[in-house]
Design a protein around this ligand. Structure first.
Ligand SMILES: Cc1cc2nc3c(=O)[nH]c(=O)nc-3n(C[C@H](O)[C@H](O)[C@H](O)COP(=O)(O)OP(=O)(O)OC[C@H]3O[C@@H](n4cnc5c(N)ncnc54)[C@H](O)[C@@H]3O)c2cc1C
Length: 434
């Protein structure tokens, strides 16, 4: 059994107000938001108990139910309430590490196996959206952009290497070509990945939840888990299950020891402009820059910019989210410095010391997945599915992912968290001066 420190988990879940309902994001507008599922009351049994109703947990629940397992999913707030329903919407390729670095660390064959799994992750995401959440509106094309010539060179070389060795079809753009696509000369150039894409992440999560219910999953919302032990316990009930998936990412990392020691929650912020009279992109694309704390944005169908970036490391969001995002936006689109924002919100994600994701069997039958370090929108669906595969005895894909190097935060659980936060702050400062 693993317990968090008094109140630690509750703080990330409840620190910023929007208890029991989705934050007022651009993504929620126009969606048919479902009625709540009832909280857990009393004792129940199941083959699989999933803790956390983000994409990781919903995908696991769906795959488990389809495989014939009885599944109970416990979500403290509403399904898709966490990072899954409020992120930047970018479904990217690969991991935080480039393939060259992965090859050097893991060797060629293992690095290729990891790449193939990341391709599976993207394909699964597209399939799940096409089948269960077409309103998530997949749009292909994400640009990785370089702030300076010094980083564009290696970016272009890596792209050429990926095309040669992994069969990708990346397009390298110089400053002029990039400016023609996204309407700013702020970047030295970039690389367009036509297989990555942008979606409405809340629509994706809610579509998965509908599919879960149709497949027979019992979902309980307002069901905050306090302990994962012999049973999975909430204030009003408990689930006894043969298998448990701990899928709370940044909001409840303390619930298993492996996750508590390896996963660091951080906050990130997004603001959405009013519809622009002259939207800057000829064709809407996703964009992510090369900062340590990435700035990312995309243009919506109705001509707004969804602009994300900025970070904080305490539990409470700052009160000036709009101002933080505005400063970043103005660096890229100076003409929009005074634009009105119709939405601004924060969310909590999770990173690891190596910025590689964590998938682990904590003890027999209890699995944890998370720490996607900014790549979770693509990876979380796959990690949920692969955890279920392992529960059912097929450990091939699980073993590849579980072997990624994700050490405990140096300095132990508490000091490690502080040191890692200091490292993040240092990286963010380098971004600002760099
Ligand atoms: C602002 C922002 C922008 C981002 N942009 C991108 C992006 O563009 N691309 C990308 O790939 N990734 C992005 N991410 C990261 C991505 O959203 C996450 O990696 C991913 O959604 C994680 O999914 P999850 O299901 O593991 O966790 P979450 O979606 O966070 O779900 C965890 C769920 O667990 C629930 N929970 C927590 N504690 C308990 C408990 N004790 N009991 C029961 N339930 C509990 C929470 O309420 C929550 O619903 C972004 C994240 C943020 C915050």
């Amino acid at each position: 059994m693993t317990r968090g420190p008094r109140g630690s988990g509750a703080s990330w879940l409840h620190a910023n107000g929007d208890r029991g309902t989705w934050p007022r994001t651009f993504y929620a507008e126009g969606l048919d938001l479902p009625a709540p599922h009832p909280p857990l009351k009393g004792r129940v049994t199941a083959d699989l108990c999933v803790v956390g109703g983000g994409i990781t947990g919903l995908s696991a629940a769906l795959h488990g139910a389809r495989a014939g397992m009885s599944v109970v999913l416990l979500e403290a707030q509403r399904v898709g309430w966490g990072a899954s329903g409020r992120n930047g919407g970018q479904v990217g390729s690969g991991l935080n590490w480039g393939q060259e670095k992965l090859e050097a660390r893991l060797g060629g064959p293992r690095a290729r196996a990891v790449w193939n799994l990341c391709e599976d992750a993207k394909a699964l995401t597209r399939r799940l959206i096409a089948t269960h959440a077409p309103e998530a509106d997949w749009r292909s094309g994400v640009l990785s952009v370089a702030r300076g010539e010094t980083s564009l060179g290696p970016m272009a070389e890596a792209a050429a290497r990926m095309d040669r060795d992994y069969g990708t079809a990346l397009e390298v753009l110089d400053r002029d070509a990039l400016a023609a696509r996204i309407g700013t000369r702020a970047y030295a150039g970039g690389v367009l990945d036509p297989t990555a894409g942008v979606v409405n992440p809340l629509a994706y999560a809610l579509g998965l939840a509908r599919a879960c219910v149709a497949a027979g999953v019992t979902i309980h919302e307002g069901a905050e888990v306090h302990r994962i032990g012999d049973t999975v316990a909430t204030a009003q009930g408990a689930v006894t299950a043969r298998f448990v998936l701990h899928a709370t990412n940044g909001y409840g990392a303390h619930l298993t020891g492996a996750s508590a020691a390896r996963v660091l929650p951080i906050n990130n912020f997004i603001a959405v402009t009013e519809p622009l009279a002259a939207p800057p992109m000829a064709t809407p694309l996703g964009v992510a820059d090369d900062r340590f704390v990435v700035n990312y944005f995309h243009q919506t169908g109705d001509g707004r910019l969804v602009y994300g970036g900025g970070e904080s490391y305490g539990r409470r969001f700052p009160t000036d989210i709009e101002a933080r995002v505005r400063a970043n936006l103005a660096r890229v689109y100076p003409d929009l410095a005074g634009i009105r924002f119709d939405h601004a919100w924060g969310g909590t994600l999770a990173v690891t010391a190596t910025r590689l994701p964590l998938l682990s069997e904590v003890r027999p039958g209890v699995f944890t997945a998370g720490g996607y370090s900014g790549h979770g929108l693509a990876l979380s669906g796959l990690f949920g599915a692969v955890a279920v595969e392992a529960m059912r005895g097929d450990r091939a894909r699980f073993d590849t992912l579980a072997a990624l190097p994700v050490p405990a935060l140096p300095g132990g659980r508490w000091l490690g968290g502080l040191m890692a936060q200091a490292g993040m702050v240092f990286g963010a400062v380098v971004d600002r001066v760099g």
